[in-house]
Design a protein around this ligand. Structure first.
Ligand code: GDP
Length: 451
């Protein structure tokens, strides 16, 4: 606790969250410390690390401002299917702005258009979210979902009102729909930037890029280029001839061909790297997406890549990560856990993601749950929609520390596996009364005892 500048109580609490009970007098094994240190922003280095003795070092980059350098923004394009994400990305690439601030954006916008994962497992990937909404269609279910993801990740949002070349386009309606979701655009007196564009003709795209550059500048994006490289996996697949191909976004340091790396629980050595233009590169710097070859096994999106000193420490780090993930697995919020934490005054609301069988149920469930709110306790509905529980719901659950409720609906296989792996609780109900009863129980922790 001393080394991490926190109190023993906080450390004990963190162990409890992982299912371990310790008193203040107990000696805790190295392995367990490795597991909890990241929650405090530290990582535990193995004994034979460069510093000589085993040590705990801050894993954040903002230690010494002198070491920080500007970096380009990582932009994610989100929106409903067919609203023009791919077309917009193509147009941006073709715009080919080499000069000026927007240049940095067009060079780095590439890899993320398919990624809905603004944040995953605590790894913040996106700096700015571009929400594409077709002006003829307006806000649709996936737009809604995207908005909730962006809000949960607390990422600045720029709205591209697309397809304004179409006669049916109605940008004002889109603005109104945004306002209904608490996103007030600038001409409505709010601070959300919304720009009319036509991804097809290219109209307004330069203006969009200029605005992205401004948002990026305001965000003062920095990275420590001097530290050992760290990145996050955006996606990974197996290529028949090349083995695992992982797209990694560098977040700090410089990644080199030949580096020994740990990716999630896997390890490897970078055999080759490729920029998103397809060109082979020897090094990659922060905000740059690169495809890397040489990981032994297939990592998952969201896995953290780190560079190790040599093969041996890569192996040790990978083993430590495996133990760490075992601790983490038990750490997602459960309804009982929330009850305890509400009772202890640690959290103030119960975050829920709700999926129902039919649209008609949505309003009924929402109304009934909101009826449970009192002055002291609150249900916070992060997202509610009809349909099966998807992988995207689980990701949102992770980002917002929410419990997922399926009302007469089941999770798909991928969603189930992800939830198990990440320790996100999914609860099923067929009867609204049972759901209300459980939520009320969880919330009672919030209620002050009445004498
Ligand atoms: P995505 O599913 O969001 O990636 O959407 P796409 O980029 O594939 O676009 C879906 C369809 O809308 C395609 O037929 C595009 O040509 C069309 N489209 C995209 N942007 C525009 C636009 O600005 N104007 C018009 N008229 N059509 C567009």
């Amino acid at each position: 606790a001393e080394l991490m500048e926190t109190t023993p109580v906080e450390v004990i609490k963190e162990f409890m969250r992982g299912g371990y009970m310790f008193s203040i007098n107990e000696v805790v094994g190295h392995d367990l410390v490795v597991g909890i240190a990241p929650s405090f922003g530290f990582e535990v280095l193995p004994l034979e690390a460069e510093s000589g003795a085993g040590s705990i070092v801050p894993s954040t980059d903002d230690v010494d401002p002198a070491l920080l350098e500007d970096r380009p923004p990582v932009v994610t394009i989100l929106g409903h299917v067919d609203h023009g994400k791919t077309t917009l990305l193509d147009t941006i690439r073709k715009t080919n702005v080499v000069d000026g601030e927007a240049g940095g954006i067009t060079q780095h916008i590439g890899a993320y258009q398919r990624s809905r994962r603004c944040a995953r497992g605590g790894a913040q990937v996106t700096d700015i979210a571009v929400l594409v909404i077709a002006a003829d269609d307006g806000i649709m279910p996936q737009t809604e979902e995207a908005i909730n993801h962006v809000k949960a990740a607390e990422v600045p949002i720029v709205v591209a009102i697309n397809k304004v070349d179409r006669p049916e386009a109605d940008p004002e309606r889109v603005k109104r729909q945004l306002a209904e979701r608490n996103l007030l655009v600038e001409d409505w007196g709010g601070d959300v930037i919304a720009l009319p564009v036509s991804a097809l003709t290219g109209d307004g795209v330069n203006d969009l890029l200029d605005n992205l550059a401004i948002v990026a500048e305001v965000s003062e994006l920095k990275a420590n280029v001097g530290r050992q490289a760290r990145g996050v996996v955006v996606e990974a697949r197996i290529d028949r001839s090349r083995g695992t191909v992982a797209t990694v976004l560098v977040q700090a340091g410089k990644l080199h061909v030949g580096d020994n790396i740990v990716v999630g629980n896997l390890r490897g050595r970078i055999r080759a790297m490729q920029a998103d233009s397809g060109e082979p590169v020897e090094t990659a710097t922060p905000s740059q997406p690169v495809e890397i070859l040489g990981i032994r096994g297939v990592p998952e999106a969201g896995d953290i890549l780190e560079v190790a000193k040599d093969e041996r420490s890569a192996r040790q780090l990978a083993e430590a990560r495996i133990r760490q993930s075992e601790i983490k697995r038990a750490a997602g919020p459960t309804m009982e856990d929330v009850h305890t934490r509400i009772a202890a005054g640690e959290v103030k609301a119960l975050n829920l993601i709700i999926k129902t069988d039919v649209q008609g149920t949505v309003e009924a469930v929402k109304g009934a749950l909101n009826g449970l709110n009192t002055e002291q306790s609150r249900v916070n509905i992060v997202h509610i929609a009809s349909g099966a529980i998807t992988e995207s719901d689980v990701l949102l659950g992770m980002a917002s520390k929410a419990i997922i409720v399926g009302f007469n609906t089941e999770p798909g296989q991928g969603a189930m596996a992800l939830a198990n792996q990440e320790g996100v609780e999914i609860r099923h109900y067929n009867i609204i009364y049972n759901l209300l009863e459980d939520v009320e129980l969880a919330l009672t922790g919030l209620l002050e005892p009445v004498y």
